[in-house]
Design a protein around this ligand. Structure first.
Ligand code: NAD
Length: 317
């Protein structure tokens, strides 16, 4: 792969620009190219963002561009497409966004891009499948933001519940970035202690675990109801993914990854813990799920398979 720190962002909307702003504040990227179907939007964002540079931690080239810019980029992040309206599920965006993401991927591929695709457009697990199919890139080089955001929401809520720093919460959301996600509570730790043991030892009702998970998957609906869109959380999550790649971190993050018989599933992209480095997905860190969690995970996978068969594959033919 290219070792330059050039990132191309396709989709200069709320999500894309939240990532751009967060990258600019954190540093670590030398060049950020903005592409949007509405060219003026990308140009306006280039101007506005460039005015941050005098106060940014490091210099960065920021420019609106076209797909030829992808050729020598290390990463292309796709955040283009329609977003949820109040009350709408992510899956309802599948057909419209698959067409958009297909066209974008064709353009990126035509540039000669050989780097890593990171997908955030929703429904992200299905859109990651679209990018993989259309690009024909190696499986390790295509992944979605999956449940990275949901995992952040979970950690925040657990930290808030226990009054402990979210940095000490090691908990993960698996499955669809959406309503069928699950928390494998047996694998959740706070510091070095199992969350389940903390609940028991402190006489916390076990029902509260369900309330915490409900708070995660319902968060997007609530935020969209109140302020029309969610973007800061995913912007920061995407920055985390970009840095894990550019810094060759080998960090464990719950991305939307291809399953090749892991968890007894294959042929789909879905949120699972994976090791991310400069080559993309180095390997999956497969958890041994108990029967209840495996059943929930299988249910989430079945939803993906059904949508691929009925909604996505017909568009890709
Ligand atoms: P937005 O409407 O603010 O931005 C979308 C941008 O995509 C617009 O600027 C639009 O012009 C552009 N666009 C549309 N078609 C395009 C094309 N063919 N080529 C290039 N650009 C194109 O929406 P948003 O709030 O930024 O959301 C973007 C996507 O991210 C949505 O699908 C949303 O559901 C998703 N999202 C994902 C997560 C996650 O966790 N994965 C979280 C929040 C939102």
């Amino acid at each position: 792969m290219n070792t330059n720190r050039k990132v191309v962002l396709v989709g200069a909307g709320f999500v894309g620009m939240s990532m751009a702003y967060s990258i600019l504040n954190q540093g670590g990227v030398d060049e950020l190219v903005l592409i949007d179907v509405v060219k003026d939007k990308a140009i306006g964002e280039e101007m506005d963002l460039s005015h941050c540079l005098p106060y940014a931690p490091q210099k960065m080239v920021i420019k609106a561009g076209d797909y030829s810019e992808c050729k020598d980029a290390s990463i292309v992040v796709i955040t283009a497409g329609l977003s949820q309206k109040p009350g709408q599920s992510r899956l309802e965006l599948a057909v419209a966004n698959a067409k958009i993401v297909k066209e974008i991927t064709e353009n990126v591929k035509a540039s000669g891009f050989e780097g890593i695709y990171i997908v955030a457009s929703n429904p992200v697990d299905l859109m990651t499948y679209v990018v993989a199919q259309v690009s024909g890139a190696p499986k390790s080089k295509v992944f979605g933001s999956g449940t990275v955001l949901d995992t952040a929401r979970l950690r925040y809520l657990i930290a808030d519940y226990l009054g402990i720093s979210s940095k000490n919460v090691h908990a993960y959301i698996l499955g669809e970035h959406g309503d069928s996600s699950l928390v494998p509570w047996e694998h959740c730790y706070v510091g070095c202690k199992k969350m389940i043991d903390i609940m028991k030892d402190n006489n916390h009702p076990m029902d509260d675990l369900k309330k915490i998970h409900d708070g995660v998957w319902k968060a997007a609906y609530e935020i969209i109801e109140k302020k029309k869109a969610t973007y800061y959380g995913i912007g920061m999550a995407l920055t985390r993914l970009v840095k894990a790649v550019l810094n060759d971190e080998n960090s464990i993050l719950t991305i939307s990854s291809y399953l090749d018989h892991e968890y007894g599933q294959n042929g789909i992209y879905i949120g699972v813990p994976a090791i991310i480095n400069k080559d993309g997905v180095k390997e999956l860190l497969e958890l041994k799920l108990n029967k209840e969690d495996q059943d929930k995970f299988n249910h989430s996978c079945e939803i993906m398979k059904e949508n691929i068969k009925n909604e996505i594959d017909p568009i890709l033919k």
